[in-house]
Design a protein around this ligand. Structure first.
Ligand code: GTP
Ligand code: MG
Length: 135
């Protein structure tokens, strides 16, 4: 079994789809290991998105992700990383298949409702950053 970090980003919280996202995770058979509503400090946001530090949209990304409360969770199950990214759909919500979270609830790449770790390396790093107590 594998763990992944999932975020319902501030746009998802504002849109009122926290329950919808959790419901899809549970319906798939994945298990919640940790869950918290919080507003990210700038330093945490910059660390979380460090791979994008040189991208032109980095400033906008950090402003957005710190701009309101988000829901952070650790989700566990067989191939949980790939399983959740499949539920989330493509990064660009207009290209995301209907039936996926982004395909059903978003239109803009900068406001695409959810995050899911993209590799075992990223999952370890991100889970330590958000939930250091989980080890
Ligand atoms: P995450 O699960 O959020 O990491 O999305 P991803 O893995 O599908 O995409 P990626 O890691 O490549 O990009 C991280 C986030 O940056 C995306 O989810 C988008 O919200 C945002 N992003 C990516 N490209 C753009 C862009 O061109 N403009 C803006 N404003 N945001 C972007
Ligand atoms: Mg990513």
């Amino acid at each position: 079994s594998e763990r992944t970090l999932v975020l319902v980003k501030p746009d998802g919280v504002r849109r009122g789809v926290i329950g919808e996202v959790i419901s899809r995770i549970e319906r798939k058979g994945l298990k919640l290991v940790a869950l918290e509503l919080r507003t990210l400090a700038r330093e945490t946001a910059e660390a979380h998105y460090e791979e994008h530090a040189s991208k032109p949209f980095f400033g906008e990304l950090v402003e957005f992700i710190t701009g309101g409360p988000l829901v952070a969770m650790v989700v566990e199950g067989p191939r949980a990383i790939e399983a959740f990214r499949s539920l989330a759909g493509a990064t660009d919500p207009v290209s995301a298949t209907p039936g996926t979270i982004r395909g059903d609830f978003a239109l803009e790449i900068g406001e695409n409702i959810v995050h899911g770790s993209d590799s075992t390396y990223s999952a370890d790093r991100e889970i330590k950053l958000f939930f250091p107590e989980l080890g």
